[in-house]
Write a protein that binds this ligand. Structure first.
Ligand code: 2P0
Length: 345
């Protein structure tokens, strides 16, 4: 049972106690200007910057317990041991332990309120929540940029889930990755867009983002052009967000999503994340927009479609997508807050 003290409390608000247990929540994010490709797979250093939004409705809640009796870190995800994520979590915790001067191993209990690894960015919220809870449990007060850097080592997109609203991940130039971190661009309340997620399949995806990015960088003849072009899209999106220009953001976000998928399709063997229902949703969003509804789409490394719209049109978009054959569920969300501590004992 998680006791929520204050959903608005930041890690910096926590009172200095002899905390050995801390619980944090972080929200999923997805990029409007896409992250696809790495310059260093070990540290998850991206080959391109990215710009994302954080979702209120999709989150991971993680409790970290320092336990001197444990021989190694244990990760329990939705009540089950998760060996693949545990390995990455251990590497991230090693960095935090080193910085904090702590030797204890950790038990990590993590719960997602949405399907894991189906293109809804569970690793993003997962590692952002882990780093936020672990630093609090170790009573190690760190700036958000440092938490973003550690979260990135778990999963590239997790660096962005440290922040709420709109955020930008820097590609960075340094080999140690200290400048490959995210930063906030705009608060959720400043431009309250809404998101409708159309679930077209609940099973886990076939090729992970990590594997897909590697294959694409190694085999696509278009990879260099993708990397070279990215800064232009980042500039357009940054300007659109600063000006709250919906149409400009719609244009660049759809172009970035389709470019990323076109790039992924050009890998050998090609990566095909869309299913027929995904495509039907994309066409429906385009129709709605042609009819004057302020809505645009993006799709990540899975078959789910995210439709971003102005708040007054959320109901219309949600109804339109739920009527498409093959859409099994529709989740609506406002933009979400930064990763935050919800309990420290
Ligand atoms: C994004 N994705 O920018 C892109 C678009 C997926 C498609 O961020 O290997 O799961 O752990 O760094 O963080 C997913 O990337 O990949 C992602 P890793 P991650 O939203």
């Amino acid at each position: 049972m998680i006791r929520v003290l204050s959903s608005a409390m930041s890690i910096h608000d926590s009172k200095p106690t002899d905390a050995a247990v801390a619980t944090a929540r972080a929200h999923a994010n997805f990029a409007l200007v896409k992250y696809w490709g790495k310059r260093n797979s070990e540290l998850n250093l991206p080959d391109v910057g990215s710009i994302s939004i954080t979702l209120d409705a999709l989150h991971t809640t993680t409790r970290v317990t320092l336990d001197q009796n444990l021989q190694r870190d244990e990760l329990w995800l939705n009540g089950q041991r998760s060996p693949a994520a545990e390995l990455r979590a251990r590497q991230v915790l090693d960095r935090i332990r080193e910085a904090a001067g702590v030797s204890s191993c950790c038990r990590i209990d993590s719960e997602n309120n949405f399907p894991t690894a189906a293109g809804l960015a569970s690793s993003a919220s997962g590692f952002a929540a882990l780093v936020t809870a672990a630093t609090a449990a170790m009573r190690y007060d760190t700036p958000e940029s440092k938490r973003s850097e550690w979260a990135r080592m778990g999963s590239g997109s997790a660096a962005r889930s440290i922040f709420g609203g709109f955020s930008e991940m820097a590609k960075g130039r340094l080999d140690d990755g200290t400048d490959s971190v995210a930063r906030p661009l705009l608060d959720a309340a400043a431009w309250p867009l809404e998101v409708v997620v159309a679930i077209t399949r609940r099973e886990q995806k076939g090729v992970s983002s990590t594997e897909g990015m590697l294959r694409t960088a190694q085999t696509s003849p278009f990879y260099k052009a993708w990397v070279k072009h990215q800064d232009q899209d980042l500039d357009l999106a940054r300007d659109a967000i600063a000006a709250q220009d919906f149409d400009a953001l719609a244009d660049v976000a759809e172009a970035s999503a389709l470019s990323m998928h076109g790039l992924a399709m050009s890998a050998r063997p090609g990566l095909l994340y869309f299913n027929p229902t995904t495509l039907a949703c994309l066409h429906r969003v385009r129709e709605l927009r042609a009819e004057g509804t302020p809505v645009f789409f993006t799709v990540d490394a899975g078959p789910q479609v995210k439709a971003i719209c102005m708040p007054d049109h959320r109901h219309q978009v949600s109804t339109a997508l739920s009527e498409i054959s093959g859409v099994t569920e529709v989740i609506s969300s406002v933009l979400g807050p930064a990763a935050h501590l919800i309990d420290t004992v």
